[in-house]
Design a binder for this molecule. Structure first.
Ligand code: ATP
Ligand code: MG
Length: 338
């Protein structure tokens, strides 16, 4: 891509809470790095779109489908009846079946471990998130955990393919099949089937509670972890904690047909929204992951170095990292490091 070619169109959802502030930071840094993309900005509406049954419009979803690539800030789902959660709408409508969360120690930012280098891959469409909950009789409710062969094979296949193409050696399937015999049992069976096609990758199965203990004791025991939805939610926050918190961890949602919707792992952080306090690193690194997906390796590398160097230098750090910088001070420092 040279500067004369037409820019790549990318969908941007600034989102809610701290979303617009950290999305601004990404736009500034990308502009400073002269990234050849054009943002197609979409906001969450204030009315339910009957075509999506949510505050996200059909046009917003079409924008991601058309571009195949997007960056998303956190979205807080408004309370009330008759609509679906925004994140769930995106996952279901765009078939975002795998959530990939790299977790790497940041050089110069000291935590208990110096060399965390993990990838969690979370099944993103079913499990406890089926949305099927009801009251059986008064005082008794039921929630359905759905595991299908199709979704399990798909996410397992993604995990092994990821491991192979990223020079990783091991895939660990995380489960509780000793209790959830049928559901997690099927998930494991699918992982085993896929593992057989990848003899060069070591495959193991680890019970979730043991996994938590091992991660906290020595994160180097793991490489790529693949797991059902709810376990992925929990384990990836645990992993974020190993490297310094939610302000730092990026992710990518992978959908059918190669859609990539990058997003920060954290939520909308209403407690600090609008105060210029948020750490934009997680969304910036999600943007970097998006650029890697677009094969803009040069730009991705330059931006990533600028972010890491800014944090390592230690002069400009946001409050969550023990510093005193505002979102905009930190952003400016990253631009200066470019
Ligand atoms: P949601 O329901 O939207 O997931 P949540 O209640 O899970 O929200 P988060 O928004 O993920 O919470 O935030 C958890 C804590 O981490 C909050 O105290 C928040 O201020 C902090 N936090 C999250 N993201 C950031 C960030 N980018 N920079 C600084 N602090 C953050
Ligand atoms: Mg949360």
């Amino acid at each position: 891509f040279d500067s004369l070619s037409t820019p790549i169109r990318v969908t941007l959802f600034p989102g809610d809470g701290i979303g617009p502030e950290i999305a601004d930071s990404v736009k500034q840094v990308f502009r400073a790095a002269e990234v050849p993309i054009e943002w197609e900005e979409h906001y969450v509406g204030d009315q339910i779109d009957p075509r999506t049954q949510s505050f996200l419009t059909w046009e917003s979803l079409e924008s991601v489908r058309r571009n195949g690539v997007g960056l998303k800030g956190p979205m807080a789902t408004p309370i009330g009846k008759g609509h679906r959660s925004l994140n769930l709408t995106l996952r279901k409508e765009l078939n975002l079946y795998a959530n990939v969360r790299p977790c790497n120690s940041l050089p110069g930012y000291k935590t208990r471990y110096d060399d965390v280098n993990l990838i969690t891959i979370r099944e993103n469409t079913e499990g406890e998130y089926s949305g099927l909950e009801h009251q059986v009789v008064r005082g008794v409710v039921e929630s359905l955990k759905i595991i299908t062969r199709q979704a399990s094979l798909r996410v397992a296949e993604y995990a092994f393919h990821y491991a192979k193409t990223h020079g990783r050696e091991r895939v660990s399937a995380i489960h509780k099949a000793n209790i959830m015999r049928k559901t997690d049992g099927l998930f494991l069976k699918c992982c085993r089937e896929v593992a057989e096609k990848y003899p060069e990758i070591t495959y193991e199965e680890v019970v979730i509670d043991t996994c938590c203990m091992m991660l906290v004791k020595n994160p180097a025991l793991f490489d790529v972890l693949v797991m059902p939805n709810l376990y992925g939610d929990i384990i990836s926050d645990l992993c974020a904690g190993l490297i310094g918190g939610l302000g730092l961890t990026p992710s990518c949602n992978i959908g059918e047909g190669g859609i990539c919707l990058a997003e920060a792992v954290h939520g909308s952080a209403p407690d600090i929204a609008g105060k210029n306090l948020a750490n934009p690193t997680a969304l910036l690194l999600s943007g970097v992951a998006m650029l890697q997906h677009l094969k803009l390796q040069d730009k991705a590398g330059r931006i990533q170095d600028a972010i890491l160097n800014t944090i390592a230098e230690g002069k400009y750090r946001t409050v969550d990292l023990g510093g005193t910088s505002s979102t905009s001070d930190f952003t400016k420092a990253v631009c200066d490091h470019l």
